[in-house]
Design a protein around this ligand. Structure first.
Ligand SMILES: Nc1ncnc2c1ncn2[C@@H]1O[C@H](COP(=O)(O)OP(=O)(O)OP(=O)(O)O)[C@@H](O)[C@H]1O
Ligand SMILES: [Mg+2]
Length: 203
């Protein structure tokens, strides 16, 4: 019985939390190793592609998931339509993901796609980032790899603005989950804001 997804999900091998994959791997450790190596390649690729013309819009966000993981997963770059939950947290219902995502990315557009944020203070930047990150965490748009792709997206935004990738190492993985729970269950992004602020370092 899964803790994450519907029982009749098409995405996972029956009665497991292992997503169906192009290598037919059913060992989660092997799968995680391959995901880690693809993510590393993704970081390298997307950082190398960053330039003045980069726009942090919805297509860009989706392309991070698709291009990083399409060699492994058929559903790379596709929003989920099934409902998902973790612990007591229920993410956006599957049928609403597309519309809710549009709303979030409209807000990013309203922030001029997070460009020229090197002109505001680090604290203000962290606050703006945390508000949007909280909503993306609550959206949980993909079946898997949401945490990693969301962190990649925000790392690219901060790198564009003259910072190093956000350093999460001041906090434990449990802290990060607790900050996410605050976002999803209580719409409270203050802990996530603190994590981001403490991890923002100028290049
Ligand atoms: N109990 C919870 N309540 C709310 N949000 C949660 C909970 N557990 C995890 N999350 C959020 O979901 C994300 C994990 O989603 P998913 O498993 O799709 O991606 P992932 O790349 O494996 O993430 P990670 O590397 O962060 O574990 C976490 O990064 C966190 O933001
Ligand atoms: Mg996961």
């Amino acid at each position: 019985m899964s803790k994450y997804h519907q029982k009749d999900s098409e995405i996972y091998y029956d009665d497991t939390d292992i997503p169906k994959n192009k290598l037919s791997l059913t060992n989660s450790e092997e799968l995680h190793e391959i995901e880690a190596s693809l993510l590393e390649d993704g970081y390298e690729l997307f950082i190398s592609e960053l330039d003045q013309n980069t726009i942090f819009n919805e297509d860009y966000f989706i392309s991070l998931h698709r291009r990083t993981f399409e060699s492994l997963y058929d559903w790379a770059g596709l929003y989920r339509t099934e409902d998902m939950f973790k612990g007591d947290s229920v993410f956006c219902v599957g049928r609403a993901v597309k519309a809710e995502s549009k709303k979030i990315f409209e807000r990013i557009k309203g922030e001029n796609y997070f460009k020229e944020f090197d002109t505001i203070s680090k604290a203000e930047f962290a606050k703006k980032l945390a508000l949007i990150k909280s909503d993306i965490i609550t959206l949980h748009p993909f079946y898997e790899l949401n945490g990693r792709i969301t962190r990649l997206f925000f790392d690219l935004i901060v790198i564009y603005n003259g910072y190093q990738p956000i350093d999460y190492s001041n906090y434990t993985p449990d802290d990060y989950i607790n900050a996410s729970i605050d976002c999803v269950k209580y719409a409270d992004e203050t802990f996530m804001e603190k994590i981001i602020l403490d991890g923002l370092i100028k290049q």
